[in-house]
Design a protein. Sequence first.
Length: 176
Amino acid sequence: IPPVHSPWKAGVIAEFQHATVEAQNALLKLLEEPPSFVRIIATADAEDKLLPTIVSRCHVIRIKYKVSSIKYDNSEMKTSTLDVLLNSGVGERFSLAATVGKDRETAVAFLKQAVLAVRSSLLSSYQSQSSPYTKYQIPNTNMVRTFSRALATLEHTNTNPRLLMENLFLQLPPEI
């Protein structure tokens, strides 16, 4: 259906690298003979994850981004936060969620530090079996993913930080 008030219609397909071969082939049919008023924007993290015929029919725009470095006190984050989160009950977790979820900036900073601290403890537990966090090794792999998703949600959506932190802390494994 042609647009009424503008020269074209646009559609965005986010994270197209996850599309099945069948879905990519379906888009390919549209790309072969697109209507003049249609603009399609498909995002992907790498060209090699898409069918070569799709890439050849598209205008590729490569976006480079810089990963920011975050400085934090690794030992302080490990001892205070991981111990509180993993060795506390529901009430203590709600109390911590209220503290770190008081505003968006505090919650984002906390989550960035938590992701780095959990990754660091996971790496150190693989390198040294005498690490105090060796018993957390299996939960850590899931915790990195959980903290990262919460961080992305908080940075890219209009989410209540305290509610997100409460939800996050209740998802973590119970007392170990």
